[in-house]
Write a protein that binds this ligand. Structure first.
Ligand SMILES: C[S@@+](CC[C@H](N)C(=O)[O-])C[C@H]1O[C@@H](n2cnc3c(N)ncnc32)[C@H](O)[C@@H]1O
Length: 391
């Protein structure tokens, strides 16, 4: 049951989307629908005041589960900052600010604080939340935190990192047939929204054929996809990732998200795509309901990310699962030092570590990817498992 306020909010977002559809002669791409539903100023899911993360929110990210996550990311960042002598961190899409706070607190204890911790955040509401959280938890470090309105322009040394941001970039939805490719868009239907196809553009058709080609070897002569195969593609990922890392002169880019290498992503059996929506801690597959009240995400094609980073002068330094990243970055040591010989605290942390690391929880579906530019440094989180060959 929606509250009155939620019903009113969803109605306003629905009105905005309906006006956009009407202005576009009755059809908009799903990419545009997702963009407005998530980011329309003052109305979209991330732009308005919904609780979103953690208890009482719609979903829980790794930093919201445990301080151990940020502590391990901090240990990884410390490797890079130490090698550089000094540097800044730019976090993209910082959510509630929890990860930023945990990273800064741990780096302070490790005596490896960055010169600045900059946050690039699209949502004005979340910026306020981040400012409040960091101000309360680390008032003595707030001077080091700066919010950016656009990707950094001045060249800098340091780190760019993002946790669960790429999965929130709007995606195109396509449907494949032997004789054509369709783009699935959104229309008004029975007072709500419905799906409707249009012939795909040449660019989308070519992208789709490239994705399908990655399955050809496994299909052994058969057509790799059945008629009507549906999936997603993120056309803005390459330009966006390049723009947010362009001014990193020497340092590392760390991407944490759920997703797969392309060969596993576009498997025949995943024929309905990878869209997942989160509403009140429930995951489901219908992005057209509850506009503005629910999160909409798609898995990340890590091969696409690799194709974007490599020509930008980065070297792929590691690709692994979240479980192996955390193990390599010393989660066991973090548990011990955090619990300080208090057995109850240790049991609580062990429980959180299980949620972060078990294969049926976040351990395998979430991945960590590291890129280096202008430095060579051993990265503790990527020493135990190397999945680079799967890309
Ligand atoms: C799923 S949340 C993850 C939040 C946080 N990183 C965490 O792990 O808890 C996605 C975050 O990315 C932000 N975001 C999405 N697109 C963005 C963009 N183009 N630039 C900056 N932030 C963006 C959202 O506002 C939100 O803060």
């Amino acid at each position: 049951m929606l509250s009155d306020a939620e019903t009113r909010h969803a109605a306003r977002v629905q009105e905005l989307l309906a006006a956009e559809i009407a202005a576009a002669a009755g059809w908009i791409s799903f990419e545009r629908f997702m963009e407005l539903a998530l980011y329309a100023p003052g109305l979209g899911y991330y732009s308005a005041g919904a609780r979103k993360f953690g208890v009482g929110g719609d979903f829980t990210t790794a930093p919201e589960i445990s301080v151990l996550y940020g502590a391990c990311v901090a240990r990884q960042c410390a490797d890079v900052l130490r090698a550089l002598g000094t540097g800044s961190i730019v976090e993209l899409g910082a959510g509630s600010g929890q990860l930023a706070a945990d990273i800064l607190a741990r780096l302070e204890a490790l005596r490896q604080l960055p010169a600045e911790y900059r946050i690039l955040e699209v949502s004005a509401d979340l910026r306020d939340r981040q400012r409040r959280l960091l101000g309360q938890r680390l008032p003595h470090l707030i001077e080091r935190v700066r919010w950016l309105d656009r990707p950094p322009e001045e060249p800098f040394d340091g780190i760019v990192l993002a946790n669960e941001v790429l999965d929130a970039l709007p995606v195109v939805r396509f449907r494949w047939y032997r004789d054509r490719v369709e783009e699935l868009g959104v229309v008004i239907e029975d007072g709500g929204f419905g799906w409707a196809p249009r012939p795909a553009s040449r660019v989308l058709t070519e992208a789709c054929l490239r994705l399908r080609a990655t399955q050809a070897a496994a299909a052994a002569g058969r057509d790799p996809w059945d008629e009507g195969y549906v999936s997603e593609y993120c056309p803005r990922l390459p330009a966006w990732t390049q723009s947010v890392t362009a001014s990193l002169r020497a340092g590392a880019a760390f991407w944490f998200d759920y997703g797969l290498p392309r060969r596993q992503y576009y498997l025949a059996e995943r024929h309905e795509g990878t869209l997942i929506c989160h509403f009140r801690q429930r995951a489901h597959g219908d992005p057209l309901v509850h506009p503005g009240l629910q999160d909409i995400t798609a898995w990340v094609d890590f091969t696409l990310l690799a194709e974007a980073c490599r020509p930008a002068g980065f070297e792929l330094a590691g690709f692994t699962t979240q479980a192996y990243f955390l193990a390599g970055a010393g989660i066991d040591q973090e548990m011990r030092s955090n619990a300080r010989e208090d057995e109850t605290a240790f049991a609580r942390l062990a429980n959180q570590a299980r949620r972060l690391m078990l294969p049926g929880e976040m351990g395998e579906s979430f991945k960590a990817m590291a890129w280096l530019r202008g430095i060579d440094v051993a990265l503790c989180g990527f020493t135990l498992q190397d999945l680079r060959h799967t890309l």
